[in-house]
Design a protein around this ligand. Structure first.
Ligand code: BV8
Length: 260
């Protein structure tokens, strides 16, 4: 479905490859070709669920089993997914340009896996995951209880009694993600907006740019003077801020923009 012209790709490529401090901002669309469903648009998971039903602290307080069932399903699905050519091209570029940064809304961990493959030393520190980690959990009594970290074991959400519990205090564990109505980690926001202010170019891949405050990261970079290059299957609210807005698939366009 690539509608981007060779001239648009060439112009975008010149801008991106000339950047020393590239900010890469991504959403669910960068992982679509890895088999991870997007939230909005055709086949999006929000189509069969309403975000308010599942991705909120109120939903978890009302029905933790249902929310864990949804996250258990996504964990099982994402565990079978691999980073695609877009994740790898981004990781290679960022490994070769250490002042660059990936800021993602995705919780699937695919950027971090590609980053560790491209640069085992810097690896995951080149990725800021604004909305948390699908394979992370934290105690529902956090920060009073300090339990928080990676949890890859299968979640049994068949009943409230089989939901994961904190080994330290016995309280329920929750997914370590940012739900609607919850604040993002201050350190993540600071890193993201600092990178946006300092970027000399911004590549936006696969986001509908409707979720805040994340979507403001790319807009901040554009307003601070960084040329914005957008890769998306559709027009988004960021398209009008883009120097070049490319219609097409991330796994096809991103390597064409970044690879040698
Ligand atoms: C907060 C959880 C305050 C993890 C998610 C203004 C300012 C601040 C807040 C708000 C505001 N206005 C409204 C709000 C409230 C709310 C919000 O933004 N609502 C929206 C819906 C209007 N924001 C919040 O609640 C945030 N918190 O502000 O707290 C606060 C402050 C202090 C103290 C207390 C509270 C928290 C938001 C985080 C919500 N959590 N996920 C999880 O389970 O995943 S958001 C969810 O949406 C995902 O993280 C997802 O990544 C994110 C954004 O979606 P996208 O990534 O863009 O994905 P989408 O499917 O929408 O689009 C995919 C795109 O890819 C499409 O454009 C498609 O065309 C394209 N595409 C598809 N295939 C391809 C492709 N492109 C290229 N190639 C392809 N192959």
């Amino acid at each position: 479905m690539t509608a981007a012209t060779a001239d648009e790709i060439a112009r975008a490529r010149t801008i991106l490859r000339g950047a020393r401090r590239l900010l890469v901002f991504t959403g669910a669309g960068v992982s679509a070709e890895s088999g991870v469903p997007t939230f909005r648009g055709p086949g999006g998971v929000w189509n069969s669920y309403r975000a308010e039903e599942l991705a909120t602290p109120e939903a978890f307080a009302r029905d933790a089993r249902l929310v864990w069932e949804w996250y258990a399903w996504r964990r099982t699905l994402v565990a079978r997914c691999e980073p695609n050519a877009a994740h790898h091209a981004i990781a290679r570029h960022v490994a070769a340009h250490p002042e660059s940064l990936v800021v993602t809304q995705n919780v699937d961990g695919l950027h971090q896996r590609a980053a560790r493959e491209a640069d085992p030393t810097r690896g995951g520190t080149s990725v800021v995951a604004l909305h948390g980690h699908l394979f992370g959990v934290r105690c529902t009594r956090w920060p009073a209880c300090s339990t928080r970290g990676t949890h890859v074991a299968t979640i049994d959400a068949t009943s409230a009694d089989t939901l994961p519990r904190c080994e330290r205090c016995g309280a329920l564990l929750r997914p370590d993600v940012v739900w609607f109505g919850e604040a993002l980690e201050a350190t993540d926001l600071e890193a993201a907006f600092d990178a946006a202010q300092r970027a000399d170019a911004c590549l936006v891949v696969g986001t509908s740019a409707v979720v805040q405050p994340a979507a403001s990261v790319a807009a901040t970079a554009a307003r601070a003077g960084a040329p914005l290059i957008e890769v998306n299957a559709e027009v988004t609210p960021l398209s009008r801020l883009a120097t070049v807005s490319l219609r097409g698939r991330a796994a096809e366009l991103v390597p064409a923009l970044l690879d040698d």
